[in-house]
Design a protein around this ligand. Structure first.
Ligand SMILES: [Zn+2]
Length: 185
């Protein structure tokens, strides 16, 4: 890849990340559950916007090994250590499962890394179960203030309109490129 194009893609990736973290902080601030996921080795974890979200009250960064959740893009399981920012105790527990060393891992080389971006079913289940448990627990602790929530939802709608891209998890470079193209148009 040419240097200029790489720089541009990194720039757009950071913009996308900043927007994602803006949403993350908004979600946490209004007392709702939020999950952010990135590979352990990602430079994104060093970005100020991510650190800011990680420092919010109630947010913790946990690490899980994706082999536990069934990540397998070829014959062997893939460990793919992944960190999550979560603000619920059940989410933290369910997403921080570590490999017990009972199997061999296949390294994610070449084209395998992009295939491993898709969440294995077990990871989706862990997210849904963790969120359901935390949400049930939170509901029993406090009630949300409807007016404030509506006000914030309007603010989110505006932010999404401005970005020209629906809210999604950080994904493939083509999402980042599309967001950049929409912005530049
Ligand atoms: Zn493993």
């Amino acid at each position: 890849m040419e240097g200029a194009k790489a720089t541009l893609m990194i720039g757009e990736g950071i913009e996308h990340l900043e927007f994602t973290m803006q949403l993350y902080r908004w979600q946490v601030a209004r007392g709702k559950l939020a999950i952010f996921e990135h590979p352990v080795t990602s430079r994104g974890w060093k970005e100020e916007c991510v650190e800011k979200a990680a420092a919010m009250k109630g947010v913790q960064r946990v690490r899980g090994h994706q082999c536990v959740y069934g990540l397998q893009v070829q014959e062997g399981l893939n460990k793919k250590p992944t960190d999550f920012l979560v603000n619920g105790e059940s989410l933290a527990r369910r997403l921080s499962q570590k490999c017990d060393g009972s199997h061999r891992h296949q390294h994610l080389m070449g084209g395998l890394a992009s295939k491993a971006q898709q969440y294995p079913r077990g990871l989706c289940q862990a997210m849904v179960q963790g969120a359901a448990e935390d949400s049930a627990q939170w509901r029993s602790i406090w009630a949300t203030e409807e007016d404030e929530a509506e006000e914030m939802e309007d603010a989110l709608d505006r932010a999404v309109d401005q970005a020209g891209e629906p809210v999604r998890a950080l994904g493939a470079p083509r999402d980042i490129e599309r967001a950049g193209a929409a912005k530049g148009a």
